[in-house]
Design a protein around this ligand. Structure first.
Ligand SMILES: [Zn+2]
Ligand SMILES: [Zn+2]
Length: 89
């Protein structure tokens, strides 16, 4: 199972819970799903925000908006996986 598939499996439970009448509002599994989705989402590399200046570039994490170093594959602040510039995957 890929990370994306795992996320959609967790998301399915949350979505079904919303339309299931006897689904408890304080469902512990839904809460776990939410936590898992946030954690798993950070493992999927996303393109950083690249702010271009006349003296160079500033790489910013799209999740927490803190600055990250160009060579870094992860945000040091929130753990978000970051795509390297030019990475197509
Ligand atoms: Zn639930
Ligand atoms: Zn971050």
């Amino acid at each position: 199972m890929t990370t994306e598939q795992a996320i959609s499996t967790f998301q399915d439970h949350i979505n079904e819970g919303k339309i299931t009448p006897d689904h408890p509002a304080d469902c512990g599994y839904c809460e776990a799903c939410h936590v898992a989705i946030i954690a798993l989402s950070k493992q999927i590399p996303i393109a950083p925000i690249v702010e271009k200046y006349f003296y160079g570039v500033n790489i910013v994490c799209p999740t927490c908006e803190s600055g990250i170093s160009v060579a870094s594959k992860f945000c040091q602040n929130c753990g978000q996986a970051i795509k390297k510039a030019g990475d197509t995957k």
